[in-house]
Design a protein around this ligand. Structure first.
Ligand code: 13P
Length: 248
């Protein structure tokens, strides 16, 4: 059985004080859940959030990292630096990084491999644009992104990756993919993974849906057979709403 994973992606939001207030508010409300709870925050908040999450079931993730260990990469953060402060997860290849920061399928692969080699759990994002969806290219786009992201990743490591299917047109727009459509694409991504590895491995890999997930639609989404979690932007920013998502 795949353990469901509900993750917040705060994007470029919150000060340390706001992040700590959020942690205080959610801790007692999510402590009893069987769901894996993950909060992915801006770099500046990570040490404080890791400290606040000690002794709880809440995991803390970054939203990006570099694929090199160190060097002249102004503004970047390495896997070792994340591990150094106790971060366990890292989002890789979010569509906003692809769109605004020149992330490519190749850098997604390099980062995913580096994260795995260091023992960080990568949350690897894929998903099509509205134009690609309307052209009937959803599955081809996801296949290309997934095949490249998993290139040179061993069978043993593959099952440690979390995949997030986030159709770009559904991010921050209030437009959610219907849960059936999202499940259909996610089941297809699982087929792609089965062809790359084995059915067994593909059945172990957790695949989240992301794109305008909120308390009102989370249960329907999570009831789908192939959807193992949600990667949530806007609705993860308020403690009340995040708690409802976790306790779907
Ligand atoms: O990009 C997302 C999570 O990574 C989704 O954002 P929204 O939940 O705000 O649509």
């Amino acid at each position: 059985m795949r353990k469901p994973i509900i993750a917040g992606n705060w994007k470029m939001h919150k000060t340390v004080a706001e992040g700590l207030a959020f942690m205080d508010a959610i801790k007692p409300e999510v402590s009893g859940t069987d769901v894996e709870v993950l909060v992915c925050a801006p770099f500046t908040l990570l040490p404080s959030l890791v400290e606040a999450a000690k002794g709880t079931n809440i995991k803390i993730g970054a939203q990006n990292m570099h694929y090199e260990d160190h060097g002249a990469f102004t503004g970047e953060v390495s896997a070792d630096m994340l591990l150094d402060i106790g971060v366990t997860h890292v989002i890789i290849g979010h569509s906003e990084r692809r769109q605004y920061f020149a992330e490519t399928d190749e850098t997604v692969n390099l980062k995913t491999r580096k994260a795995l080699s260091k023992g960080l759990t990568p949350v690897v994002c894929c998903g099509e644009s509205l134009e690609q969806r309307e052209a009937g290219e959803t599955k081809t786009v996801c296949k290309t992104q997934i095949v490249k992201a998993f290139e040179n990743i061993s069978l043993a490591d593959a099952s440690k990756v979390v995949v997030a299917y986030e159709p770009i047109w559904a991010i921050g727009t209030g437009k959610t993919s219907s849960s059936k459509d999202a499940n259909d694409v996610i089941a297809y991504i699982r087929e792609v993974l089965a062809a790359l590895y084995s059915t067994e491995v593909s059945e172990e890999i957790r695949i989240q849906y992301g794109g305008s997930v909120k308390p009102a639609n989370v249960e329907e989404i999570m009831n789908e057979t192939d959807i193992d979690g949600a990667l949530v932007g806007g609705a993860s920013l308020e403690a009340d709403s995040f708690v409802q998502l976790v306790n779907f």
